[in-house]
Ligand binder design. Structure first.
Ligand SMILES: Cc1cc2nc3c(=O)[nH]c(=O)nc-3n(C[C@H](O)[C@H](O)[C@H](O)COP(=O)(O)OP(=O)(O)OC[C@H]3O[C@@H](n4cnc5c(N)ncnc54)[C@H](O)[C@@H]3O)c2cc1C
Length: 381
């Protein structure tokens, strides 16, 4: 399993999946056959997370192959990402509280053997140790494995979910503040309060094709309790004012400008903003940093070959810019945090139309959001 950092590679993966994996997706998607056999899932998340290909493009192509009813499961999964993003946008304090908790816990666990055994893959749970290696080697884990991993981390190893989320973010090529933080909260039982995800030996055996034996894990845990309640913030910020011939900033979540809603607008210059570890609150593995940088370079090459003016700048350069800028909205997370903690206010955000439309349905649970999926597809695809 290899993730070549280019749009060409992303499109190739997408086309291969639509041709050969999509047909059996809903039947086989929960199986983790190991890193050398991934044809039952798309493995597109490292590209979609970075906006190298968009959810719209993926869904559109899948609908060319199969009708909506035949394709519903896959479309739902693709739209989970937008749902999680919208959910966090409406409750940004979930992200800031996570960072505050994480800072404290990192100090508390600075010499904790149990924690270090976990992140070095030296626990008594063999399948877990294998997944630690897999995550570090391939920077990717199957969705079901992420669920088992998080469940074992929290309920068998007894470690705080925040440290697990941080460990995933460090190594995943698709690391995404919303999907990751909320995925961990969901497993812990605080996203849907009182409902935790419990990994079990039979389930792991079945869906890994019996690749692991002797799985001794806690199968009767109680959910984690977190009494904090998060009310929904006013979402009227979600409007875009475009004026021509300004500079445009592009952050790591929207890298394919040519697929953006604003591709036909005229901009003076495009600046791809690179955020290195120095300017991040949660540090990433060098391979992940390199992956991001290579994706940006790939996009710059593509655009330069079409005579569009663009270049990469460091996020810290934004502190010195006095004029007004437009920016494709970076979403709740590291980049937005950098702008607010450095008091950078001369940036107006442009929101993706699909987000503006869909995020209004993210005030409740996913089962509610699901009802609006046909509407979202009709409107945008
Ligand atoms: C604890 C935990 C942490 C996670 N962290 C991340 C993360 O940091 N970044 C990330 O992109 N996903 C995360 N996920 C969601 C999911 O595991 C991955 O998106 C999925 O495994 C990507 O593989 P794929 O592209 O082959 O997915 P496919 O099954 O082929 O699905 C197609 C696309 O749908 C979207 N998708 C599928 N499942 C989910 C889901 N549960 N939540 C959100 N989007 C989904 C992804 O964009 C994916 O590329 C996490 C899940 C859990 C349980």
């Amino acid at each position: 399993m290899h993730f070549e950092p280019s749009r060409e590679a992303a499109l190739k993966k997408l086309n291969n999946f639509i041709e050969s994996g999509l047909y059996n997706y809903s039947k086989l998607r929960n199986f983790d056959f190991g890193p050398n056999e991934r044809s039952n899932i798309s493995c597109l998340s490292p590209y979609i997370t970075h906006g190298i290909i968009s959810e719209k493009e993926v869904i559109k192509l899948s609908l060319k192959k199969f009708s909506f009813p035949k394709n519903e499961k896959f479309i739902q999964e693709v739209l989970w990402r937008i749902y999680w993003k919208g959910w966090l946008e409406l409750r940004p304090n979930v992200w800031s509280d996570y960072l505050t908790d994480l800072k404290k816990l990192k100090q508390e666990y600075i010499n904790n053997k149990n924690y270090f055994d976990a992140i070095e893959g030296k626990t008594k749970v063999q399948c877990f140790n294998t997944w630690v290696e897999e995550l570090k080697n391939y920077n990717y884990l199957h969705n079901h494995t992420r669920m088992w991993f998080a469940s074992i981390w929290i309920f068998t190893l007894g470690l705080p979910w925040q440290l697990g989320a941080d460990f995933f973010m460090r190594y995943l090529y698709d690391g995404d503040c919303a999907s990751n933080t909320l995925g961990w909260r969901w497993v812990a039982g605080i996203q849907t309060k009182g409902k935790n995800y419990v990994a079990s030996e039979w389930n792991i055996k079945k869906f890994t094709n019996s690749r692991f034996n002797n799985i001794k894990i806690n199968e009767n845990p109680v959910p984690i309790i977190d009494e904090r309640n998060y009310s929904i913030i006013d979402n009227s910020f979600l409007s875009s004012n475009i004026s021509n011939n300004q500079n445009l900033l592009i952050f790591e979540n929207n890298l394919c400008f040519e697929q953006s809603d604003f591709k036909d607008q005229s901009f003076k210059n495009l600046y791809f903003v690179f955020n290195e570890n120095k300017t991040r609150q949660t540090k990433l593995d060098e391979k992940v940093i390199d992956f991001k940088k290579s994706l940006i370079n790939n996009q710059i090459e593509n655009l330069n070959s079409k005579s569009l003016n663009c270049e990469m700048i460091g996020i810290q350069d934004l502190k010195d810019i006095k004029e007004n800028f437009l920016a494709l909205y970076p979403s709740v997370g590291e980049n937005l945090d950098y702008l607010s903690s450095n008091n950078i206010k001369n940036i107006s955000f442009l929101y993706r139309k699909i987000d503006q439309y869909s995020w209004r349905y993210c005030n409740k649970g996913f089962f509610n959001f699901k009802n609006y999926i046909p509407k979202i597809v009709q409107e945008f695809i």
